[in-house]
Design a protein around this ligand. Sequence first.
Ligand SMILES: [Zn+2]
Length: 78
Amino acid sequence: MSENLIPCEVVIERLFAYLDRELDESTRAEIDRHLHRCHDCFSRKEFETRLREKVMASSTEKAPDHLRRRVEALLAPR
Ligand SMILES: [Zn+2]
């Protein structure tokens, strides 16, 4: 490979910031470039994207009552 790509570890490390769009434009472009060339990181990104969509979708649904009571009991001060 003649092009200088940033290493996979850097992409993985910044993946969440990338997905949250917290990166500056040049870092973002570097990661985009890497994702176009690296299948491993690309599928990781796809996986994270889908996972986030699922979490977002499920967090709009109400948690079951019995589960919520258990969580509240755990969090309640004694
Ligand atoms: Zn990679």
